[in-house]
Write a protein that binds this ligand. Structure first.
Ligand code: EMZ
Length: 416
C-alpha cells in the first residue's frame, strides 16, 4: 500500500539523504509552466548531443551560433532528402508525399516559397485579424461558461482548427472534422508514428483537391491549383505537398504554444495584469514565449558530404538536427535564458526556425498568440489549474517537456 508522505518523513529523509531529497522537493514545487532546459550541460561542454531515431541517428546541434550557421548552409545540410527524413522522429516509413516548400532546397525552394508566401501573409490584413479575434473571443466566452475545461482539447485544439479555416479560407464547419483528428495528424496516443492516422489526412486532402479542381472556389486548394510554377500549373501532388505541410506543421506546435501560454498566465497573475496595463508589450511577450517554450524542439538536415560539426565528424548521408529549443536557451546569446522576460529587448530566437526555411505559418501563429493574449487580458481575472499531465518528449539522452497531454483548468472572468 502507498503511504502518504508527511512533513516529518521529509525531515528524516532530508537529514539522511539531503542530496536525493532536494531535487524531489524542487520538482514537487516547480511551477507547472516551468520548462526546464535539458540541453544546458551538453551544450556548454561540447555543443552537440546524439540520439538514435529508428536506426537513423541524429547529431543534434545545441548552440545558437552553430544552429544558425548550419541552417544557412543548405548545400551541405539539405532538406530535400527522402520525404519525412528531416523530421524527428523520421516519417520516412509513413509517407511519400514531399512537403512543399519544407522539403525542397534552394534554388527551387525559392520558386515554391514565392508562390505560397503572399497567401501565408494574409494574417496581416485587418479583416483577417478581426475574424480571428471574433473566433478567439467566442472560445474564451465558451470556456468561461464551464466549471472546468481541458485546455489542450477543449480550447487549444479548437482554436487551432477554427483558425485554420481562415488560413485555408474554407467553411468554418470543416473545423469540426479536424478537431476530431486530435492534436497530431501523424502521431497518436502511445504511438510515435501512426500511418493509419496519416491516411485519414491524405484521403481528406485528395478529396478536397479533386473537389477544388472540379469546382474552384477562393479557398487555398483552388488558389494553389491555379498557381504558376516554372511556366506550368502546380500538379495535384505538389498542391497536396503544400496542404499536408499546412495541416501537420502548425498543429501540435500551435496547440502547445497556446496551452503553455495559458498555463504560464495562470501561475503568474502579475504577468496577466501587466499585459492589461501595458498592451504595447504584447508582441514582445509573444516572441519571448515562443523562445521559452520552443514548440518545435528540432528539425533535421541530411549531410550531403563528409564534414564536421562542432569538431565532430558528420558523414555524408547521416542526419544532423538544428535544435531550436537548445539554441533558444543559449546563455551566450540570451541573458537569464531560463526566465520569461515579457519585454525582452533583443530576442534573436530561432523558435520559428532560421534562414531559408523559416516558418511559413509564423505570421498566422503570431497573430493567434497576440490576439489570444489580448483577449485573455481583457476577459480573464484569474485561472485555476486543477490537474495536469505533462508531455515529455523522449530524445534518448534528453527528456524535454514540450507541453501537456492534458491540463484541466477553471477560468474566472475579470470583474470590473
Ligand atoms: C512536418 C513538420 C513541419 C511533419 C515545421 O514542421 O511538422 C510535424 O509536426 C509534421 O509531423 O510532417 O510537417
Amino acid at each position: 500500500m502507498l503511504k502518504k508522505v508527511t512533513d516529518s518523513d521529509f525531515e528524516i529523509l532530508i537529514f539522511v539523504f539531503p542530496q536525493k531529497v532536494y531535487p524531489i522537493i524542487h520538482i514537487a514545487y516547480m511551477k507547472k509552466s516551468e520548462f526546464p532546459d535539458p540541453f544546458e550541460k551538453t551544450r556548454e561542454a561540447k555543443g552537440y548531443g546524439e540520439m538514435n531515431d529508428q536506426d537513423d541517428p541524429v547529431t543534434m546541434l545545441l548552440r545558437h551560433k552553430d544552429v544558425r550557421k548550419t541552417a544557412h548552409n543548405y548545400k551541405t545540410f539539405q532538406s530535400g532528402a527522402a520525404p519525412g527524413r528531416i523530421v524527428i522522429p523520421s516519417e520516412v516509413n509513413i509517407r511519400d508525399t514531399r512537403q512543399i516548400p519544407f522539403e525542397v532546397d534552394p534554388p527551387v525552394h525559392k520558386e515554391y516559397r514565392s508562390i505560397v508566401e503572399p497567401w501565408f501573409k494574409r494574417p496581416l490584413q485587418p479583416e483577417y485579424q478581426e475574424k480571428l479575434a471574433k473566433q478567439i473571443a467566442n472560445i474564451i466566452e465558451e470556456v468561461l461558461q464551464e466549471d472546468s475545461v481541458e485546455v489542450v482539447t477543449g480550447l487549444a485544439l479548437k482554436l487551432q482548427s477554427r483558425a485554420l479555416t481562415l488560413l485555408l479560407n474554407t467553411p468554418f464547419d470543416e473545423s469540426e472534422k479536424w478537431i476530431s483528428w486530435g492534436t497530431h495528424v501523424f502521431r497518436s496516443e502511445g504511438e510515435a508514428l501512426d500511418g493509419d492516422k496519416a491516411n485519414i489526412l491524405y484521403d481528406y486532402i485528395d478529396a478536397q483537391i479533386d473537389r477544388a479542381a472540379k469546382s474552384p472556389t477562393d479557398d487555398m486548394y483552388s488558389v494553389l491549383l491555379d498557381s504558376e510554377f516554372e511556366g506550368r500549373k502546380l500538379t495535384k501532388e505538389e498542391v497536396k505537398g503544400v496542404m499536408v505541410l499546412t495541416f501537420a506543421g502548425g498543429r501540435d506546435t500551435v496547440i502547445n504554444a497556446v496551452t503553455n501560454a495559458i498555463a504560464y498566465l495562470a501561475e503568474n497573475p502579475e504577468s496577466l495584469e501587466r499585459l492589461r496595463n501595458e498592451p504595447e508589450i504584447t508582441g514582445k511577450t509573444v516572441e519571448e514565449m515562443i523562445r521559452y517554450f520552443s514548440p518545435l524542439t528540432q528539425m533535421g538536415r541530411v549531410v550531403t558530404e563528409d564534414t564536421f560539426v562542432c569538431e565532430h565528424a558528420a558523414k555524408a548521408d547521416t542526419r544532423v538536427s538544428l535544435c531550436w529549443a537548445s539554441a533558444n536557451r543559449d546563455a551566450a546569446v540570451f541573458e537569464n535564458p531560463n526566465e520569461i522576460v515579457m519585454d525582452r529587448k533583443i530576442n534573436p530566437h530561432v523558435g520559428f526556425g532560421f534562414s531559408h526555411h523559416n516558418c511559413l505559418g509564423a505570421t498566422h501563429a503570431r497573430q493567434i498568440m497576440k490576439i489570444l493574449l489580448q483577449t485573455l487580458a481583457e476577459k480573464i481575472g484569474s485561472f485555476e489549474i486543477l490537474d495536469y499531465e505533462e508531455n515529455i518528449e523522449d530524445l534518448h539522452h534528453f527528456k524535454r517537456k514540450v507541453g501537456f497531454h492534458s491540463i484541466n483548468m477553471k477560468f474566472n472572468p475579470l470583474t470590473k
